[in-house]
Design a protein around this ligand. Structure first.
Ligand code: HEM
Length: 423
């Protein structure tokens, strides 16, 4: 691959001509290609691997405009080329009607109503109260490999933590959580198309959630699903179908993202030993400030969501001087916007203390990530605990031997083999 996968793209790694996108090299290190696009074709028409034509938006200012522009709809019905558009939000099976009512596929006023209802149940206070449990889950997972001296941090840690966390928050009983782990594993390994095992896993998860919602309605508990059912806003409730779609999107939006936040974040720290030592020293001194700014910086520097989910022009829209026709899909490249030198000083440098850091890693506007407080809690707990319990954590392979998933929406490692002194 050209350039250094996680560091400053060398000057000469920024391609001279239009880069080829969606190749293996691109999946490993898309940043030189994004630098070229920002500079030469900031609103860039491209053909996606699925054959769909779409616009890629790579500059920070254009990205913020696009994310908040009400003329860009989230509803796939606005896509003119929809006959061959598959897996638009990256959610397998989403074209099934009952999955269409989730937040990432709808516009106001429906979006406003549903988001208000779910926000009443999924509150920052509920997340804060969950902190001790996230710490326990984190420690329990580290306990499973701490004596080995080696681990695959994706498989053994980053992958199970968010799935157990969200299951507990939703109220999935402990004895059923491993089923979720299996279904989620199938989706993350084979994400993308609604085919075979993935489709079966989505189906099982969906029918499990529908049944769970039914049970919780009869017998509510102190969990998010019970709150979703109970919650009302000006006399309005979620229907059972809406509650099921909501539980599913919380699981789906909150799972692979957080896996990759922990995976990419740990990897970036391992590749930037100065910053990692700085964080370790600050944690050892009992400070939390650098952990907080550092997590935001890790999101900006190599965040889990490479491209925001799809948007479609409902009328002619001019973006970065480029006219976009009604029906055209627009993909906001968060990973490119967050390295825009027009907005961030030394954008290719990891600076955990960066303060002027209004990144778009969680999106922007009305679809801004609803789960950000939970993601922050999990991310901070996971990284701080790893560094504390495995202080000499190091990569067990050469960076060039690591493989990235190369999906369209998400950016994340397949495996992250590490070594440390067994304890
Ligand atoms: C929306 C990123 C974790 C739930 C979004 C969006 C982004 C994002 C970029 C906006 C997409 C768009 O505008 O097209 C992330 C990142 C995470 C993370 C980087 C982890 C580091 C979570 C978690 C949950 C969650 C843990 C819930 C448990 C949601 C939901 C939406 C959303 C429900 C849709 C909100 C709406 O459309 O109103 N997230 N997310 N996310 N996220 Fe997250």
């Amino acid at each position: 691959p050209t350039g250094c996968p996680m560091g400053r793209p060398a000057e000469d790694s920024v391609p001279a001509a239009a880069p080829e996108l969606f190749t293996w090299e691109f999946a490993t290190d898309p940043y030189p290609a994004y630098a070229w696009l920002r500079e030469h074709s900031p609103v860039h028409r491209t053909t996606l691997p699925s054959g769909v034509e779409a616009w890629l938006v790579t500059r920070y200012a254009d990205a913020r405009q696009a994310l908040a522009d009400t003329r860009l709809s989230k509803n796939p019905a606005h896509h003119t080329g929809s006959a061959h558009a598959k897996g638009r939000t990256g959610i397998p099976g989403e074209r099934k009607a009952e999955l269409m009512t989730h937040l990432l596929n709808i516009d106001p006023p429906d979006h406003t109503r549903l988001r208000r209802l779910v926000a009443k149940a999924f509150t920052p206070r509920r997340v804060a109260a969950f902190a001790p449990r996230v710490q326990e889950l984190t420690d329990r997972l580290i306990d499973t490999f701490v004596a080995e001296g080696e681990a695959d941090l994706i498989h053994d840690f980053a992958f199970p933590l968010p799935i157990y966390a969200i299951c507990e928050l939703l109220g999935v009983p402990a004895e059923d959580q491993d089923d979720f782990r299996d279904w989620a594993g199938m989706m993350i390994r084979h994400g993308g198309g609604p085919r075979g095992g993935v489709a079966r896993s989505v189906k099982k998860m969906r029918s499990y959630l529908a049944e769970l919602i039914h049970r919780k309605r009869e017998n509510p508990g102190d969990d998010l699903i019970s709150d979703l059912i109970r919650t009302s806003d000006h006399g309005e409730h979620l229907t059972e179908n809406e509650a099921a779609a909501m539980a599913f999107i919380l699981l789906f939006a909150g799972f692979e993202t957080t896996v990759n936040l922990i995976g990419n974040g740990t990897y970036a720290l391992l590749r930037n030993p100065g910053e990692r030592e700085r964080l370790q020293r600050s944690l050892a001194a009992g400070e939390t400030g650098l952990l907080a700014t550092g997590l935001e910086e890790l999101l900006r520097y190599d965040g889990p969501v490479e491209l925001a989910t799809w948007r479609y022009a409902t009328e002619p829209v001019t973006l970065g001087g480029q006219e976009i026709a009604p029906g055209d899909p627009v993909l906001v490249v968060l990973a490119a916007a967050d390295r825009d030198p027009e907005r961030f000083r030394d954008p290719d440098t990891l600076d955990l203390a960066r303060i002027d850091n209004q990144h778009v890693g969680y999106g922007h506007g009305i679809h801004y990530c609803l789960g950000a407080p939970l993601a922050r809690l999990e991310g901070r707990t996971a990284l701080a605990t790893l560094l504390r319990r495995l202080p000499d954590l190091r990569l067990a392979v050469e960076p060039d031997d690591l493989r990235w998933r190369g999906g369209l929406i998400m950016r994340g490692l397949r495996t992250l083999p590490v070594r440390f002194t067994p304890r």
